[in-house]
Write a protein that binds this ligand. Structure first.
Ligand SMILES: Nc1nc2c(ncn2[C@@H]2O[C@H](COP(=O)(O)OP(=O)(O)OP(=O)(O)O)[C@@H](O)[C@H]2O)c(=O)[nH]1
Ligand SMILES: [Mg+2]
Length: 454
């Protein structure tokens, strides 16, 4: 769905179903805007405009001819003490698709309009209830697939990233003020010592920004998960390993080479990580059309995967194909694993990782090796802030680049007026993370990814 958020209409009151589609115990319809209480008043059996804020009321939603549509619980929240910062009404009705829709339509009839995706959060942002980084955290919290992701999103929603960015902004602003003063009152002169001080302060700030920038990999791992590909020649035991890792009989295993033809995917949790585990067709030269296509997909998956486990068979010597394969792998994205260690020995010069998928030997060591490979700098500490949005990464990178230009300029003795623009750029780049100086397009792109009613 393409969504270009409309300019903020102060008089618009928006409404949407906030719960997922389908049958459930209850469905929640959310309405926000200056007429929210008046609209609710029109459709509800009680006098909504008289209700005290933050109170819940049992009653009926009535059609225009006064026939009851549903018995509901209606919650009123007076702005600014609400998610959006505006007057908000939440109606819990019976959780049938039709009922919720009917109640929503009734709200439209009474003057509300359909909310765009993410429009409630967009209003919360415009009304200063949350900044942009927090709005993004809301979405990530909803989408969190593991506890680490959930904890990290909650932290960002609490404002951990926003505070870090704000502190950086404050320190940069202080430096910037000194430089601007130097431009405005050059006769005051900038002492050599204070110039060195400025460079030192900037270096310290750079260090902090680089550290935050470096958490991007970890942040992505936490939130997006990792694709883990099982690859190797036919019959080395890829499907057996998939089943062993998943602890279920997911893929067909037979002694016939070429059993797996297509990609087989499942989700796997190892410790704090979650993976998209992909079993592939064994790599070999073949005339068989179906298998050829399978092998093409195997190679593509290997290339795209974050990590590949390349399986070798310890019960036999390496084939020429395997030797070529080993020469062409990208080492940082591959773990070489000897399988079938129960029937043979490994060549330690190639890899010391050995397992038996069939007997369940060495799987813990393999899991540990995978985790160690994934966390480039070790797993993040519980309270460490990790960035995970490309947008944040790019903003930080630009801010870092600008600061580096400023330092280089000052060190070369370039006059301050030429570096102040880079200082300002660094500041505005940092600002985009929390939502100052953000273009309409970016806002639109961010909020359009939200679900309806959020
Ligand atoms: N002894 C022993 N046999 C194994 C082990 N792992 C797999 N096998 C056997 O090796 C044969 C092939 O296993 P698969 O898991 O189907 O191998 P694959 O790599 O998926 O093969 P393709 O799908 O044909 O590419 C089966 O007979 C398995 O029982 C192991 O650790 N030890
Ligand atoms: Mg297989």
């Amino acid at each position: 769905m393409h969504f270009v958020h409309r300019p903020f209409q102060k008089n618009d009151t928006i409404a949407a179903i906030a719960t997922p589609a389908g049958e459930g115990a209850i469905a929640v319809i959310r309405m926000s805007g200056i007429h929210a209480f008046a609209v609710a008043d029109t459709v509800f059996s009680g006098e909504v405009q008289q209700f005290a804020t933050h109170t819940a009321h049992y009653g009926k939603i009535l059609a225009s001819d006064e026939t009851p549509i549903d018995h509901v619980l209606l919650l009123v929240m007076k702005g600014p003490r609400s998610y959006t910062g505006e007057d908000t009404v939440e109606i819990s009705c019976h959780g049938g698709n039709l009922i919720a829709k009917r109640v929503l339509e009734r709200l439209y009839e009474a003057g509300a309009r359909a909310a765009d995706p993410g429009e409630f959060s967009f209003r919360a942002f415009l009304n200063g209830k949350i900044d942009l980084a927090q709005a993004e955290a809301v979405q990530q919290l909803i989408a969190a697939k593991n506890e680490t992701a959930m904890r990290a999103s909650a932290q960002q929603l609490e404002g951990a990233l926003s505070k870090t960015v704000a502190a950086l902004q404050k320190n940069l602003t202080d430096v910037s003020a000194i430089l601007e003063a130097w431009v405005d009152f050059p006769e005051e002169g900038l002492e050599f010592a204070s110039m060195e001080e400025i460079c030192n302060t900037l270096e310290t700030l750079l260090l902090r920004m680089r550290r935050l920038q470096a958490t991007f990999h970890e942040g992505k791992v936490i939130h997006e998960g990792i694709s883990l590909c099982l690859a190797g020649l036919p019959n080395v035991g890829k499907s057996s390993l998939m089943n062993a890792l998943l602890k279920k009989d997911r893929a067909i295993v037979t002694p016939i080479a070429g059993t797996t033809r297509d990609l087989i995917e499942d989700t796997l949790r190892l410790g704090s990580l979650h993976f998209r585990l992909i079993d592939t067709a064994g790599l070999r030269e073949t005339e068989e059309l179906v298998e050829q296509e399978g092998i093409r997909r195997s190679r593509k998956t290997m290339q795209e995967a974050d990590l590949t486990l390349l399986l070798l068979d310890a019960s036999r010597t390496l084939t020429d194909e395997e030797k070529t394969l080993l020469q062409n792998i990208s080492p940082e994205k591959t773990l070489i694993v000897w399988n079938k260690i129960d029937t043979g020995t490994m060549d330690e010069t190639i890899s010391t990782l050995a397992i038996s998928a069939k007997e369940g030997i060495g799987l813990d060591t393999l899991s540990a090796a995978i985790e160690a490979r994934i966390w480039k700098q070790g797993p993040p500490a519980k309270d460490e802030i990790a960035i995970s949005h490309l947008r944040h990464f790019q903003a930080l990178s630009n801010a870092i680049e600008s600061c580096e230009t400023v330092i280089a300029g000052l060190q070369q003795g370039i006059s301050a007026e030429f570096v102040t623009s880079d200082m300002r750029r660094a500041l505005s780049e940092l600002g985009t993370i929390i939502g100052t100086n953000v273009s309409e397009d970016i806002l639109s792109a961010i909020f359009s990814k939200f679900c309806l009613g959020k």
